[in-house]
Design a protein around this ligand. Structure first.
Ligand code: GLC
Ligand code: CA
Length: 570
């Protein structure tokens, strides 16, 4: 494997709208981000991913871009963006932006031109198709509900949108469009951007015959990802994109990829892959419902443990994946992956440890480092997210009561991750002096940065120790390049444990997700404890802080929600 500059980095996702508001309009902004760069530096962050900050009507919170070359006024100016780049650079941090090029906003100039003349130059930037017998060209359902096809008024045409109708899909078959996109990507990279998080990219390849698929819901439609899974050739586009842009700048790219075809991982993230890395969503997929959020299963611990082990094994030969417990599209990890009794500061530290020390590039989502949780939602009107409103209606149509539909949204809504960052116990969690655009999680008086700064045992200070362990001179190599090997997985316990090993070192990460203490018989003698989230009984022998070796029969006792990171004899 060829070593790359980003292999040993730790990344952090900022959702700009909810990070920090500097001017009291209730919307987070670039000035707010700049003022917290030192905070991120102290957290051990090297790469900052900004969710979209481009000009946008915000139908899908900036994932609907109306000008790829402009900063949304809500967030600030291009000068402020340049300042962010230079301030990050001063601190040896890298900025990456979201790259949303499967679709743009219906307000984008290209689409406005296309609407005026669907048969003209810009019409070919999108997919306009004639209806079939007065119906949509085929029966695909968009990710946000309803048909993927929107009629163009006063014509017999429809245009394709795999997400909201305000997000028309760009026609990647058109070389002119591709050139426009490469020019734009290079423009940002030349500005000093370190790379991109690449949105919904698998969707860029369409089956141009636009066939019908067997209906999978009462609406007679079929999920549009079925087309994505059935069509070949996305690799040609991705390869060209990389060759023409990222590769010329040694950029770091992390792709959002669902529905990849089997056996393709190496093409995506191998040494000369389309991307540097892509997110590992395998654990998240465990709680995706067959029809929607209303029939989504809860996480089963053993299945989750198994899934992570399998995923780590499958990627080992290809490259690196990016590990997350949450992002702006997912509910909070603490609320999702931890049993009720573990939704505590100890549990948050445990989950963070298990995730951050996996093989791969760790991504921390804003607020994760203080253990933020899902919010409390009293009515559907409190949500803003377009996807949540759709899922609410799907639940009602499936016969759920209002309360049941709301409960499903409360558990799964993307807005759980989008509530304002909790900076302090002051009004609006110190996020804004105005009216926040989305309601603040009422638990901000209990969970916030300011309180945690002054508490050595806080989740925040624990995360700082965790990132500094991962990056420490002595252990960086093993945490970056060491192998992953599952340990102690047993149907009778709720222990999530694994080794990270190389020729010199063997590190055991062991966490007890169960409600009762467990005792593990160590397989390799312990050398030293590197990190733990509790001060309670730890090693059964009396040498718990010792650097001396212990005999191999020594045991490790873990309380409920306890995690221990320990170096063992090789
Ligand atoms: C990605 C984004 C999500 C957005 C969608 C459409 O999945 O992460 O937030 O809604 O793409 O752009
Ligand atoms: Ca603002």
């Amino acid at each position: 494997m060829i070593k790359k500059w980003w292999h040993d980095k730790i990344a952090y996702q900022i959702y700009p709208k909810s990070f920090l508001d500097s001017n009291g309009d209730g919307i987070g902004d670039l000035a707010g981000i700049i003022s917290r760069l030192d905070y991120l530096k102290a957290l051990g962050i090297d790469i900052i991913w900004l969710s979209p900050i481009y000009k946008s009507p915000f139908v899908d919170q900036g994932y609907d871009i109306s000008d790829y070359y402009a900063i949304a006024e809500e967030f600030g100016t291009m000068e402020e963006f340049d300042l962010l780049l230079s301030e990050a650079k001063k601190r040896d941090m890298h900025i990456i932006m979201d790259l949303v090029i499967n679709h743009c906003s219906s307000q984008h100039e290209w689409f406005q031109q296309a609407l005026k003349n669907p048969y003209g130059e810009y019409g070919d930037y999108f997919y306009f198709r004639k209806g079939v017998n007065g119906h949509e060209p085929n029966n695909l359902r968009s990710y946000f509900g309803g048909s993927c096809w929107e009629p163009v008024p006063d014509t017999d045409l429809y245009y394709l949108h795999m997400f909201a109708r305000e997000q028309p899909d760009l026609n990647w078959e058109n070389p002119k469009l591709r050139e426009e996109l490469y020019k734009m990507v290079n423009w940002w990279l030349e500005k000093g951007l370190a790379g991109f998080r690449i949105d919904a990219i698998i969707n860029i390849k369409k089956d141009l015959s636009f066939p019908d698929f067997p209906a999978d819901g009462p609406d007679g439609l079929a999920a549009c990802w079925k087309m994505v899974e059935s069509v070949d050739g996305v690799g040609d586009f991705l390869d060209e994109l990389k060759e023409r842009t990222f590769k010329c700048h040694d950029a770091f790219t992390v792709a959002e990829v669902f529905n990849m075809q089997e056996g393709e991982l190496g093409n995506f993230i191998g040494d000369d892959g389309y991307f540097s890395t892509m997110f590992d969503f395998s654990a998240h997929c465990l709680s995706f419902g067959e029809h929607g959020w209303y029939d989504a299963p809860p996480i089963d611990f053993r299945q989750w443990r198994q899934t992570i082990a399998e995923s780590q094994a499958s990627v080992a030969q290809c490259g690196f994946e990016a590990n997350i417990i949450e992002n702006h599209d997912e509910p909070r990890g603490v609320s999702r992956f931890l049993p009720d009794y573990a939704q505590t500061p100890a549990g948050a530290k445990m989950l963070g440890t298990v995730s951050l020390l996996l093989r791969g590039i760790p991504f921390i989502y804003q607020g994760q480092e203080i253990g933020m949780q899902n919010s409390v939602w009293n009515s559907i009107d409190e949500f803003n997210d377009i996807n949540t409103i759709d899922q609410y209606n799907i639940a009602l149509q499936a016969g759920m009561s209002d309360a049941q539909a709301l409960a499903a949204c409360s558990l799964h809504s993307r807005d759980n991750a989008r509530t304002p960052m909790q900076w302090s116990s002051e009004e609006n969690a110190g996020f804004t002096t105005g009216q926040p655009w989305l309601k603040v999680n009422p638990n901000y008086t209990e969970i916030n940065v300011a309180d945690q700064e002054s508490d050595v045992d806080s989740v925040l200070n624990y995360y700082r120790r965790l990132t500094s362990l991962r990056k420490s001179a002595d252990y960086k190599e093993v945490f970056t390049y060491g192998d992953f090997e599952p340990a102690f997985a047993d149907d009778d316990n709720m222990v999530m444990a694994y080794y990270r090993t190389n020729k010199e070192k063997r590190i055991l990460i062991a966490a007890n997700f169960g409600s009762e203490p467990v005792e593990l018989v160590l397989e390799y003698p312990a050398k030293r404890v590197l990190l733990r989230n509790m001060h309670s009984g730890l090693l059964l022998s009396d040498s718990r802080d010792s650097t001396e070796s212990m005999d191999s029969t020594s045991g490790l006792k873990l309380d409920s929600c306890e995690v221990c990171v320990m170096e063992c004899q090789i």
